[in-house]
Design a protein around this ligand. Sequence first.
Ligand SMILES: NC(=O)C1=CN([C@@H]2O[C@H](COP(=O)(O)OP(=O)(O)OC[C@H]3O[C@@H](n4cnc5c(N)ncnc54)[C@H](O)[C@@H]3O)[C@@H](O)[C@H]2O)[C@@H](O)CC1
Ligand SMILES: [K+]
Length: 454
Amino acid sequence: MTARPILTAAEMRAAEERAIAGGTPVELLMERAGFGVAEAAWRFAGPLKTLVLCGPGNNGGDGYVAARYLAQRGMDVRVAALGEPKAGAAAAARAAWAGPVVSIDEARPAPILVDALFGTGLSRGLNNALAARLASLAEAARIRVAVDLPSGVETDTGALLTGVPRFDLTVTFATLKPAHLLQPSAALCGRIVTVDIGIEAQAPLTVIGRPALRPPSPQDHKYTRGLVAVIGGAMPGASELAALGAAHAGAGYVLLLEAEPRFGQPHAIVRRVAADLAKALADQRIGALVVGPGLGRDADAGKALQAAIESGRALVIDGDALHLLGPRRLTAPAILTPHEGEFRALFPDVKHASKVERARAAAARSGAVIVYKGADTVVAAPDRRAALAGEASVWLSTAGTGDVLAGAIGAMLARGLAPFEAAQAGVWLHGEAARRAGKAFLADDLARHLSDCL
Ligand SMILES: NC(=O)C1=CN([C@@H]2O[C@H](COP(=O)(O)OP(=O)(O)OC[C@H]3O[C@@H](n4cnc5c(N)ncnc54)[C@H](O)[C@@H]3O)[C@@H](O)[C@H]2O)[C@@H](O)CC1
Ligand SMILES: [K+]
């Protein structure tokens, strides 16, 4: 399955221009967009009184078209506008709306609110009076529908340029935009429907989808399925969780290298005291090495990280190891998995407004694939390929889930996936396992749910 592209505002404009140059008039694109909004709103909300707010640009144009189709369905539709569209397709769409148009100030609330004020053309925040008006009309509505994006959201970064109400449905065109998946805007979009308007979309940013993982074949044995080694340290629970994550993500063999002898569950995880770590890591069968969960930050931890890097094994570097890593460039295949705090500590001068661009800059700098964790996890490769995870379970914000992710990614590396694909596969499995684990789960339970997602 090919990955779904995510287009920035500029890429969407360029794709639109290509479609127009290819013979599809902009009026037709807008007609399809507005029709799609009307259909989606009608299916979602049913025949309730509707207020459509139309802005001065093409987002507003979509709003006039949607109003016309909703009225054709027999719905009671009112339109309130923020000035008249000056020219082009939006002006034509305005002219084709036969009903009255009042000013936003005069608009009376309705059970369905359609926000067609601004979309990808938003260049600054809404003025305070308009933002307040949008908020109060949204508050008074039963169902809120955003056209393309909630007005006030910055397309490429997901930032809220002004206060933005929470929507129940967002109807977008051709393909997703970063703000549909990045926080804080993603949480305000509600359900997202993508309408095909006849635009070809391709982009270096994609949605993380279900990985194509073949099941073991009769010829496979534990080493061909992948040996994941986890370096233990000061907090054994964390490395245990990483090992558990690797095992439940399908690794054939999980080896926990510890500083002192300990017995633990499950027995299937092989525990070994590695007095000479460099020697233990020389084992050619190790397909991936996870270092960082529970490692500690003392001199011994530093030495363990150094041995891991010098081993030349494919690495997953997480937790404490990210604090010890510093600004070095990695040469072996490596995946770094920082959350926000770790990212800032590791890349203090990477300050781009977009999380996607920050992840790309960090990947280029470190030579590693970056898994920039959070409610909107971004995976980025040094060559600028990047991918965004779909909405994650809010219950993932609990201790130990990051350790499980590091282990799951290790399993994907060890089974032979390239780092960019391994990172995405691990993130997807982890997100899906969290959905299956329900509420208030323990990280241990999360690891067990990975098995069901393979
Ligand atoms: N790109 C495409 O392929 C298509 C785009 N369509 C629609 O067109 C939208 C983009 O249209 P536009 O580029 O006209 O942009 P918008 O309609 O999003 O807004 C642009 C207009 O608002 C003004 N503006 C921007 N920020 C403002 C603010 N804070 N306060 C007041 N005015 C502000 C701009 O000067 C401009 O006049 C998309 O979101 C989508 O809804 C659809 O019609 C279908 C095809
Ligand atoms: K909008």
